[in-house]
Each structure stands twice: as structure tokens, then as C-alpha cells.
Write a protein of this length. Structure first.
Length: 317
């Protein structure tokens, strides 16, 4: 059976194909004979109850000098597409939320959407950790300056971050005696208007912020440990951290296996857990990365696992 895929993502012309997980998924779908289409979230639209997209038919090449070829833009109705992969990077803003509403309607009209658009909307990558309190560091989510300062004073050493960011942006490490604590809180919360997250600082960050991938409820037995550069507390690769592939530890596997059933129940087929020490700090559901690095290091085909699951779901519809 011939399948078709619409990849909704950031501009394909500006990606780094060596590391881009979405591109790895496109390569795998093409290898399996899928027809490939590409668009950005703003290209989705609703017309007379039907969800459509202005998109391009594409071909992809594992070549850093020329990694895709695109045909002229066309309009397709999503009900004619086998599957949609929503892989737009944060920020998680209102436009992203509107896109999930359109994709949820497309799903009702017969198109498989991965990850499930309702869960993309419901499972904020920072806040979703609250569903697993035994696995997370001490946490406060608030816009209230006094509550946040009280938490910092109690915990002494804290990470503060916005709820809609990615790549380590706007993340602060704050200690109780920091003279800038008030202005940091005011900046993050927009003077008390926006919620922010405070988590107790985990010293094990020096050993790496581990990215654990979970595909169709199955934990990949290798991780990418993102180790902060000297003088940093953020392991994110976008913040200058270095990625070191390694086998998953027994404790990390146990943590991920406790989270995996809930992900599967929510239709989250491709997820990246961020684990520092023995704690889950984020659950990435929008556009998890690090797949290509693990594939290269260990000869894996993680996208193959994902598309085998997707094809099974399509064949059982």
C-alpha cells in the first residue's frame, strides 16, 4: 500500500540535516516509498469545514550540499493524506495552539496525526512533568514574585525558566543570595503576568542532561548526554552543550518505563525525556531531537521504529 506524508515543520531550507530529526524521518519515509509533502504551520487552513494545506511535494537527499528538491506549491485536503507529522519547534504560542485545533479536526476527518494534536496542546513540555511528581525535582509554577522568592530561599539553588521556550533559552540559575533575583523573576513573569517554572537545581547536570527517546511506548536503550560547556548550567546543544551518546543506565530505563504507558495512552508516539540525575525535568512532545546522533553512533534506525508503528496504525484503520 502506498502512503503519503505531510511534514509540518520549520523552513526545510535552513535545517542542519546532520542533526535534524525531522529530516531523518523524511529520509525513512521516502525509503519506504511514501510520497512526501512539506509545509509550515501557517500553510494549514480551514475552508468550509475541511482542513487543507498549501504545500510542496518534495524529494530528500542525504547530501549537505543539496538535501531537498521541491515542486511548485499545491493545495491538498488533509483527508487525502495518510499521515501528518507535526514537528514545529517551540515557542508554544497561540499560533501553535490554533494549528493543533486544525490538525485535530483533520484527524477526525481520517488523517493520522503524529503526535496526537490534542496531546500536543495538553502536554506542555515543562508542565507535563507534574503528572509524574515522584520522578521530578521539587517544583513550583507561579507568576507570583513572593512565592517564587520563598521557593528560592527554601531550596537555596534553583533553575528558573519560561513555560514556552526551547533550546535552553531564558533559563536562569538563581541562588538565594543572588542580588538579581527580583529582576530575573520580574523579567520571566513579565511583572507577574506570566507563569514561570522553578525547579531545585540538580548538581548532576555536570554529568549531562540525558535525552531519552521513547517511540511508540518503547524506550530506546541509548541516550544522548548533553554536557554543559565550562561555566554553563545548561546542557542544551543550542546553548553550546556537547552531545555524548551512551547506553541508557538501569535507573534511567526505569524512569522512562514509568512514563511510557501514559505517553502511549495519549497518542504521543515520539517523545524525548530530559533526565538529569534521577529526575525528569522536561517531556518533549513537539519536536524531540537527538535521533540522528544516536542512529549514527549505534547503527540504529529510530525513524524506522516510528514508521513501522505508523504503518501498523494505518493498516488497522
Amino acid at each position: 500500500m502506498a502512503f503519503s506524508l505531510l511534514m509540518v515543520m520549520d523552513p526545510i531550507a535552513s535545517i542542519n540535516i546532520t542533526k535534524d530529526t525531522s529530516f531523518g524521518m523524511l529520509l525513512e519515509a521516502q525509503r519506504r516509498g511514501w510520497q512526501l509533502f512539506y509545509c509550515q504551520p501557517q500553510d494549514l487552513y480551514l475552508e468550509q469545514g475541511k482542513i487543507k494545506a498549501i504545500c510542496q511535494r518534495i524529494e530528500v537527499f542525504n547530501d549537505n550540499s543539496r538535501w531537498f528538491a521541491a515542486e511548485e506549491a499545491c493545495t491538498i485536503e488533509l483527508s487525502q493524506i495518510s499521515a501528518v507529522l507535526m514537528r514545529k519547534d517551540p515557542p508554544f504560542d497561540m499560533n501553535y495552539i490554533y494549528s493543533t485545533y486544525l490538525l485535530e479536526l483533520a484527524q477526525q476527518q481520517g488523517t493520522l496525526v503524529v503526535n496526537d494534536p490534542r496531546s500536543l496542546r495538553d502536554c506542555n513540555e515543562k508542565l507535563f512533568t507534574a503528572w509524574f511528581p515522584k520522578l521530578t525535582p521539587k517544583t513550583l509554577v507561579s507568576a507570583n514574585k513572593q512565592l517564587l522568592k520563598k521557593f528560592i530561599n527554601e531550596q537555596q539553588d534553583v533553575i528558573l525558566k519560561p513555560l514556552d521556550g526551547m533550546g535552553g533559552s531564558s533559563i536562569f540559575r538563581v541562588q538565594a543570595n543572588d542580588p538579581n533575583v527580583s529582576v530575573i523573576i520580574e523579567t520571566l513573569t513579565a511583572q507577574g503576568k506570566d507563569l514561570a517554572m522553578a525547579q531545585k537545581f540538580i548538581p548532576e547536570i555536570t554529568k549531562g542532561d540525558k535525552r531519552i527517546l521513547i517511540v511508540n511506548g518503547q524506550v530506546i536503550p541509548y541516550v544522548l548526554s548533553r554536557i554543559p560547556k565550562t561555566g554553563e548550567t545548561r546542557g542544551n546543544l543550542a546553548a553550546g552543550g556537547s552531545g555524548v551518546p551512551m547506553p541508557i543506565s538501569e535507573q534511567e530505563m526505569l524512569i522512562a518505563q514509568q512514563v511510557a504507558p501514559e505517553l502511549l495512552k495519549r497518542g504521543l508516539l515520539f517523545v524525548g525525556l530530559d533526565v538529569i540525575g534521577n529526575y525528569v525535568t522536561e517531556i518533549n512532545v513537539t519536536s524531540p531531537t537527538c535521533m540522528r546522533e544516536l542512529d549514527k553512533e549505534y547503527g540504529l534506525n529510530i525513524a524506522g521504529d516510528l514508521f513501522s508503528a505508523i504503518e501498523t496504525l494505518l493498516q488497522n484503520q
